[in-house]
Design a protein around this ligand. Structure first.
Ligand SMILES: Cc1cc2nc3c(=O)[nH]c(=O)nc-3n(C[C@H](O)[C@H](O)[C@H](O)COP(=O)(O)OP(=O)(O)OC[C@H]3O[C@@H](n4cnc5c(N)ncnc54)[C@H](O)[C@@H]3O)c2cc1C
Length: 393
């Protein structure tokens, strides 16, 4: 269930493993959930080891996407640069370096002068330093999704759009299929890759899933900014303001992501707490009016090229949050036939090839071999186990 990047990548990996009797049900059109709204950032620079290992597994795939899928996706490995204006920020960025060295991650601490050489026209007089992952970068979520979908369909996967799953079919405590307005579909295994919509659907099988929607926005300025076409994705550690080039179709635009701004003008990088009820998105994907002036002010403060930003496009989508900002991936204990891969809390695109490969291993082999992802099981929310330290960016 779900035709976002995770569901479609999973269909692709199932087909790769020789499973051709695969059906994807999507309530809208492919990518019409959160996937269409993302910034496309791909990085190894995380705090938790499992996130880094997922990035390593995913990046192997991103680098050779065209060979694996026979479709084109540009993974622009121009780097991912955190900058900070405080000594605390430098210390926080430095704290992960030991782990990166252990895992072979190519990240390095950089000073303000190095930052100025990497990003033309960036203001550095207020910066204390930064950290760059030179093998990181960014991609294009909808291009990747189209590539996965095309390859999956060639292998016989059926993708059915405009078909909402109203409920899961449960027999003897096991999930055996799905009910739609057009009838029932039976399946040996059912995967919920339904993003921010997962909780109410899982509830139809009596499974409580703590995933909820949290609206975030992106803005684009057409520029053009030809001198910035191959800069890293740049992110301010303190404010959460980030930008990347978006140079598809011959353009040289910049895309901006930002924290939410509360009614009192405070920046909010993630939800304060989980809601009492885990429901579906409300459908309100308007862009809060206070964001554009904030982005313009932040941009003008940081970059010479952003002094007179003209925002040419903007949109919102829902992060699919979980209480620990990590996804739920794996079989659902106590409910045979049901699997979940959802709740990526802002990282679902970059990790999609790894997630898909691993959930397919679990579905077909009963366990994963490429990487131990037992910490991502929904079990942690039932027992209160807290395997992660990271927070959403
Ligand atoms: C502003 C923003 C910036 C982001 N930036 C990044 C980034 O830089 N890097 C990164 O890795 N990630 C980023 N993300 C996160 C990333 O986009 C998501 O984690 C990822 O797209 C999730 O993919 P998904 O397939 O799990 O969910 P979705 O794309 O939401 O797909 C779920 C699909 O399930 C369908 N569905 C739901 N319920 C049903 C049902 N009952 N029946 C049938 N179909 C159903 C939906 O219509 C939807 O298409 C960002 C997200 C946002 C909002």
């Amino acid at each position: 269930m779900g035709g976002g990047i995770v569901g479609i990548a999973t269909a692709f990996f199932l087909a790769e493993r020789g499973e051709h009797d695969v059906v994807v049900l999507e309530q809208g059109t492919l990518g019409s959930g959160t996937t269409k709204g993302g910034l496309g950032g791909i990085r190894h620079q995380f705090v938790d080891e499992l996130d880094i290992r997922l990035s390593q597994l995913a990046t192997e795939f991103w680098r050779d996407f065209d060979a694996f899928t026979s479709s084109v996706h540009r993974f622009e490995q121009n780097g991912y640069l955190f900058v900070t204006d405080s000594a605390e920020g430098v210390a926080a960025l430095r704290a992960s370096m030991t782990l990166y060295a252990k895992l072979g991650i190519e990240a390095e601490m950089v000073g303000p002068q190095q930052i100025a050489r990497i990003v033309p026209g960036i203001r550095i007089d207020d910066l204390k330093g930064g950290r760059i992952g030179r093998r990181d970068g960014y991609g294009a979520p909808l291009d990747a999704l189209a590539g996965f979908a095309a390859a999956a369909v060639v292998e016989g996967v059926r993708i059915i759009e405009h078909t909402c799953v109203d409920a899961l079919l449960v027999e003897g405590g096991a999930v055996v299929g799905a009910r739609t307005a057009d009838g029932e579909i039976r399946a040996d295994r059912v995967l919920l890759a339904t993003g921010a919509w997962t909780a109410p659907l899982a509830a139809t099988a009596g499974v409580q899933v703590p995933i909820w929607p949290y609206r975030r926005s992106i803005m684009e300025a057409g520029g053009p900014f030809p001198e910035l076409v191959d800069i890293p994705l740049v992110i301010e550690w303190e404010s959460g303001f980030h930008f990347r080039p978006y140079s598809h179709n011959g353009g040289a635009a910049q895309r901006f992501a930002m924290p939410n701004i509360t009614a009192t003008g405070a920046t909010e990088r993630g939800p304060a707490a989980p809601p009492e009820v885990f429901g579906s998105p409300t459908g309100d994907l308007s862009v809060p009016p206070q964001l554009e002036p904030w982005v313009k002010a932040r941009g003008a403060r940081r970059m010479a090229a952003f002094q007179e930003l003209k925002i040419t496009d903007s949109w919102s989508c829902n992060y699919e949050m979980t209480p620990d900002d990590h996804p739920i991936v794996g079989a659902v204990p106590g409910t045979p036939g049901l699997y979940i891969a959802a709740g990526f809390s802002g990282h679902g695109f970059m990790h999609a090839p790894a997630t898909a490969q691993l959930i397919v291993e679990e579905m077909l082999d009963g366990k994963t071999t490429a990487l131990d992802i037992s910490d991502l099981s929904i079990e942690r929310f039932r027992t209160g186990r807290k395997p992660f330290t990271a927070a959403v960016l």
